[in-house]
Design a binder for this molecule. Structure first.
Ligand code: MEV
Length: 432
């Protein structure tokens, strides 16, 4: 049976599922049920989700959790996090509480400029091109007037349009480099619409437009977040030595890209989780952040730390192009809920919150890695998961967690301990 198909997008949702189950699951009813069980009984909600993308078959759930007790610029937040990885939410909550008694997080947006480019080829005389560009520049603002009208009312719009000679990098390659302010929206559609209109206005026989598109590299859409405290307040014991180790962990990430990637991945655990919870584009954020981490030519840490005059300071500078209006932010009921939970922040306030979530994750990771290691916490979580899979009762669970307190946790060891417990139940365990 051929597994290729024509006109798939025209089939109904059920027809699509049936085709899939027939061709890839030997008509297994259980496989079909796997998809159907995630349909939402609220038809309006389901239709909303169906229409977000094409060929929707069902919904894919991710856990939505919260981390309370964040204090950012003196204001309390409970931060929503959508993530499948255990320990991330627990780490955020612990770190939030820790810093809430040490002055909280301070965050500031450094700049909010976004970039879009019209890429084109031109073989002629450069001076003629410059003259032509200059003669058109005012017109570019005029032809985009209808698109930028509302944005200008909200304090945004096109900031500048530059002609850039890129022929040193690629023969005949020039670009219109356009800078934008997009207020509280992420602005992708706005930027792309402006660019396409500008390109049309600019195009002529000897100017061959290749493409017009925003850039997800946004080093001018930058936010800074930090925490600081006396070195002695950082750890219960050996604070000076451990603070030093913490700083060294960052120096290592700056010296070694293999470590820097994992270091930054931990930061993105916090960043992506809030970005997803608030309906923003995590692929755009990821692409832009990693390009920024490599801006010196070597991939480095996004965070920094210092110890000066007995003060430990830990900070992050990160580009985050996010929105709090438009896109999915108000369409997806859970994104809307997340933004309400955060007090309906402006895009700049959301940038600050997200940067803090990333900084908090990195703090948790480095503190664990440079002291007990992360496996202790991870294995505890792993133990709970295995116990759950085994179907242990509450009392058995308590016993097993206590039993493994100072023992190495492996899947086999837990199963063995559980089997022993099940075959010779202790008197205080046998009432369930
Ligand atoms: C795991 O998701 C993230 C960490 O590996 C980050 C790090 O190593 O810094 C713990």
């Amino acid at each position: 049976m051929s597994k290729n198909v024509n006109g798939f997008s025209k089939l109904s949702k059920l027809e699509k599922i049936d085709w899939l189950i027939a061709h890839f699951f030997k008509n297994d009813k259980k496989a079909k049920q796997v998809l159907l069980q995630y349909w939402n009984s609220n038809e309006i909600l389901q239709n909303l989700h169906d229409d977000f993308i094409e060929n929707t078959l069902t919904n894919f759930y991710l856990p939505f959790g919260v981390a309370p007790n964040f204090v950012i610029n003196g204001k309390s937040y409970t931060i929503p996090l959508v993530i499948e990885e255990s320990s991330v939410v627990a780490a955020a909550s612990l770190v939030a509480k820790f810093w809430s008694t040490r002055g909280g997080f301070k965050a500031t947006v450094i700049s909010t400029t976004k970039i879009g480019q019209v890429h084109f080829m031109y073989e002629g005389d450069k001076i003629e091109l410059i003259n032509y560009f200059n003669s058109k520049k005012a017109q570019f603002f005029k032809v985009t007037d209808a698109i930028t009208k509302n944005m200008r009312k909200r304090g945004g719009g096109i900031l500048d349009i530059e002609l850039r000679d890129k022929t040193a990098d690629l023969q005949n390659y020039y670009q219109l480099h356009v800078t934008f302010e997009t207020a509280d929206s992420m602005g992708a559609n706005f930027i792309n619409s402006c660019l396409e209109v500008i390109a049309k206005e600019f195009e002529k026989e000897d100017i061959q437009i290749v493409m017009s598109i925003l850039s997800n590299y946004v080093p001018e859409c930058l936010v800074h977040a930090e925490v600081s405290c006396d070195v002695e307040d950082l750890y219960a014991e050996d604070s000076a030595a451990l603070a030093q180790k913490f700083v060294q962990a960052i120096q290592i990430a700056n010296a070694e890209p293999h470590r820097a990637v994992t270091h930054n991945k931990g930061i993105m655990n916090g960043i992506d989780a809030v970005v997803i919870a608030t309906g923003n584009d995590f692929r755009a954020i990821e692409a832009g952040v990693h390009a920024f981490a490599a801006r010196s030519g070597t991939y480095k840490s996004l965070t920094n730390a210092s110890i000066e005059n007995g003060i430990f300071k830990f900070w992050i500078d990160i580009p985050l192009a996010v929105g709090t209006v438009g896109g999915l932010t108000s369409l997806h009921p859970l994104s809307k809920f997340s933004l309400q939970l955060l007090g309906n922040p402006s895009a700049t306030a959301l940038m600050e919150i997200i940067a803090v979530a990333g900084l908090a994750q990195n703090f948790a990771a480095l503190r664990a890695l440079t002291t007990a290691g992360i496996q202790k916490g991870h294995m505890k979580m792993h133990l709970t998961n295995i116990i759950k899979q085994l179907g242990a009762s509450n009392k058995e669970k308590v016993f097993l967690i206590d039993y493994f307190e100072h023992k190495t946790i492996t899947h086999n060891a837990v199963v063995e301990a559980y089997n022993k417990l099940a075959s010779a139940p202790l008197s205080h365990l046998d009432d369930e």
